[in-house]
Design a protein around this ligand. Structure first.
Ligand code: PAF
Length: 277
């Protein structure tokens, strides 16, 4: 695997690389990312993974400073998974001058759910991904479904700017006890780690109820919120939404078109999860 920290040599190396598939990450890789890289191999000739912790998508007080930087372990992981290229720019390569231009994500997607609790987050994500798209010029890009809203934002970005990039969604990878893999799981204490799978268990229970015909969505959401609170979580939201745009479903939106999304804090660690229904 070739590692690049600068844009020009990366572009030169990609000139004759064939169909390029991009897997953007913020590093501190786990099996979820590695599965994306392995999947990416099936969609093109060369896989470019990127590792960059993007300051623009963190709000003051969030975990930008403590976000683990583990580049040498990440590089080994990526090489073993079969990535051909790793782009790991320093901050002044991505942002040599302040970023004055930003991608404005429409409110319907940017201010709901994650966007309500992390204002500006998707503007930061969309801006850095737009930059990565310009730098790498991939034919396809993979994003994990664990960040469901992010995936919708980035699919819409590609569609609305007519970018010739195929956006491919990768399945959420879970630990044996159901906890969705996330770089942030490393922040959990042993006790919190034992408690953490409750979120997925409760979402599974809600999904089973919807699949068996229960349409009282608000009641189902509130029941999960209440049970999380009883177990010392601080939930931000539990919401049954349309898969296509994450808006509230109408009474006739059936299973197959729904997703339940949730975010909750356990101690100081904020976890998100979702299940398509
Ligand atoms: O999902 C992530 O890790 C990040 O949001 C991304 C897409 C790499 C942009 O920084």
């Amino acid at each position: 695997m070739k590692i690049f920290h600068d844009i020009a040599p990366l572009r030169a190396a990609l000139k004759n690389a064939g169909r390029v598939v991009l897997v953007p990450t913020m590093g501190n890789l786990h099996e979820g990312h590695i599965t994306l890289v392995r999947d990416a191999r099936k969609h093109g000739d060369a896989v470019v993974a990127t590792v960059f912790v993007n300051r623009l998508q963190f709000r003051p007080g969030e975990d930008f400073d403590k976000y683990p930087r583990t580049l040498s372990a990440d590089a080994k992981y990526l090489e073993d998974a079969g990535a051909e290229f790793l782009f790991a720019p320093a901050e002044d390569v991505m942002y040599p001058t302040p970023q004055y231009f930003h991608v404005d994500v429409p409110d319907e997607l940017a201010t709901i759910l994650e966007g309500e609790f992390r204002p500006g987050h998707f503007r930061g994500v969309a801006t850095v991904v737009m930059k990565l798209f310009q730098i790498v010029q991939p034919d396809a890009a993979l994003f994990g479904k664990k960040d469901y809203q992010q995936m919708l934002v980035l699919s819409a970005l590609v569609r609305e700017f007519n970018m010739p990039i195929e956006v491919i969604a990768g399945d959420t990878i879970r630990a044996e006890d159901g906890l969705a893999l996330s770089s942030r799981n490393g922040f959990l204490s042993a006790t919190e780690r034992a408690e953490a799978p409750r979120l997925h268990r409760l979402l599974e229970r809600l999904v089973a109820s919807v699949r068996s015909g229960d349409k009282k969505f608000e009641q189902l959401e509130n029941a999960v919120m209440a049970e999380l609170k009883q177990n010392a979580w601080s939930p931000d939201y539990v919401a049954i939404r349309r898969r296509s745009d994450l808006q509230a479903p109408s009474a006739d939106t059936g299973a197959g078109h729904l997703v339940v999304v949730a975010a909750a804090k356990l101690g100081s660690t904020r976890l998100i999860d979702n299940i398509e229904i």
